[in-house]
Design a protein around this ligand. Structure first.
Ligand code: PMT
Length: 473
């Protein structure tokens, strides 16, 4: 999918040095952009002035005032399937913007005349079509009731209400407490979570909604070939001015790209070749091979070691297979069946084609993970002929239960590899998610069950990461 996300405040200038704004830090919108990108979607992030770095792989369009934000949203909306308005757009602006600094010549109170800014959602409402529109509501009283009114008035599919009077929710904090209200008025209250967790869940909601709607008129016909084989440039903050960023042509093709790990939303990019005359067994094996190609589009919360983009699940599995070959001498158990370890690590993440990658530190996202993945295992391995389906399923079960020496060693590699990446990228993702060394140690301690030598190495990396400021103590 291609998502248009807005974040941060707008600034409405009184004169060249003073402006009206609000306390939005941009954290909520940026976490949404990170989560969407991490789940394989293309993201255009229209951002008001904030102090956050551009998320890797996201195309950021910096804007200043509500007018600029409206122009940028109008420009990028046609190529997008989803709009998420997390920005805190100023509702009022000075009726007149002075060309020169307002001098303090009179010592008496003076009055600043204000006028409303354009309401972006209302202005673009007629362009919605079958796109999903998600808004946020910053409320200080009758939170859900007020949000419900805004959802209906602005024609949104969903509004996410946050009670901004709470110290741990809303503006400029790392956590949020939100209640979702959909167009049918159904309310869902989420507990206190980090903004990263809220973002991840919300992107999953959008994906689910997209599946339910069957993509309506945006579905491409079967056999369509992706019109753009390039990816969004890594760290793609092109530093463009809001209204005239000139990316329309460059991004036009992106709307047609397939939606990784969002099955059913778009069939773009899939090349269906007519099946040759094959045995049923070979046909099933080929269908499985086509299916697992999708693993290359499931992105993890781990940056490549050069920091240029997020790693995908297929790359992660390949890396583990090579690690298994190299590092088997450090396993706790001698005489491991290394062939089995390699097969296990190559198979262990295939279920994420359906279930998606769940960030290891996402407490909420990890609830129900095993059930989700077990359903995925049934479907994906079920594509294979019976004997091979059973073989893959057995490998996956063995990896998950970690009861054999091979599984314990495979699981150790699965945890050490992201540590290597996080260290090499100076803890960028750790820092983005506020992860502490204690959490890293707790979540990875079981490395020692497969390889005490690798755990000792990992502990050294964690200590060094703290010393270098890559990881909070
Ligand atoms: O940035 P953070 O510090 O992380 O804080 C996050 C947040 C509190 C800013 C965010 O979670 C949030 O609530 N964003 C929406 C704030 C807001 O403007 O709410 P509202 O109730 O005034 O507006 C409702 C919706 O209409 C919003 O989606 C808003 O983007 C949109 N709007 C508002 C005004 C306007 N002129 N045009 C709009 O489209």
């Amino acid at each position: 999918m291609k998502l248009l996300i807005t974040a941060g405040p707008t600034r409405e200038f009184i004169d060249p040095v003073r402006f009206i704004s609000n306390r939005s830090s941009g954290k909520m919108g940026y976490e949404l952009a990170i989560a969407a990108r991490q789940r394989g979607h293309d993201v255009v992030l229209v951002s008001g002035p904030v102090a956050l770095p551009c998320p890797v792989g996201v195309h950021r369009v910096p804007v200043v005032a509500a007018d600029d934000m409206l122009a940028a949203v109008r420009k990028h909306l046609p190529a997008c399937e989803v709009l998420i308005m997390a920005a805190a757009v100023a509702d009022f602006r000075p009726a007149v913007r002075l060309a020169q600094k307002w001098k303090k010549t009179v010592r008496e109170p003076t009055t600043l005349a204000l006028e409303p800014t354009p309401d972006i959602l209302l202005t673009i409402r007629s362009d919605k079509g079958d796109r999903l529109f998600v808004g946020f509501a910053a409320e200080t009283e009758r939170v859900v009731e007020s949000a419900r009114g805004k959802c209906a008035a602005k024609g949104m599919d969903l509004i996410v209400a946050n009670d901004v009077t709470r110290a741990d929710a809303g503006f400029d904090v790392d956590t949020n407490v939100v209640t979702l209200v959909d167009a049918a008025g159904v309310e869902t209250a989420w507990p206190l979570m980090t903004k990263a967790e809220v973002a991840e869940r919300l992107i999953r909601w959008v994906e689910e909604k997209g599946r339910e709607q069957g993509a309506g008129g945006r579905e491409q016909g079967a056999g369509a070939v992706a019109s753009d084989s390039s990816s969004v440039a890594a760290g793609a903050d092109r530093g463009e001015g809001g209204a005239s960023d000139g990316t329309g042509d460059r991004n036009a093709g992106l709307a047609n790209r397939t939606a990784p790990n969002v099955r059913g939303y778009s069939s773009g990019g899939r090349v269906e070749t007519p099946p040759p005359d094959v045995t049923e067994r070979l046909g099933r094996q080929m269908a499985f091979l086509r299916e697992i190609d999708k693993l290359k589009s499931v992105y993890r919360r781990t940056l490549l070691m050069d920091g240029s983009r997020f790693e995908n699940d297929a790359e992660h599995s390949w890396h583990l297979a090579v690690m298994a070959m190299l590092l088997v001498e450090h396993a706790n158990t001698t005489g491991l069946d290394i062939g089995k370890v390699v097969r296990m690590v190559l198979a262990h993440d295939l279920v994420e084609i359906d279930a998606g990658d769940t960030y290891v530190y996402d407490t909420a996202g990890n609830v129900g993970k095993l059930e989700r993945e077990a359903r995925a295992a049934d479907r994906i391995f079920g594509l294979l002929p019976g004997d091979q389906a059973a073989e893959f399923r057995a490998l996956w079960d063995e990896f998950e239960t970690r009861e054999t020496p091979e599984a314990r060693f495979a699981a150790a590699l699965d945890r050490v590899q992201p540590l290597l990446h996080n260290f090499a990228t100076q803890g960028t993702v750790w820092r983005q998610h506020g992860i502490t060394s204690g959490r890293v140690a707790d979540r990875n301690r079981h490395v020692a069950d497969g390889s005490r030598a690798l755990w000792t190495y990992a502990e050294g990396l964690i200590r060094e990461a703290v010393a270098r400021g890559y990881l909070d103590p």
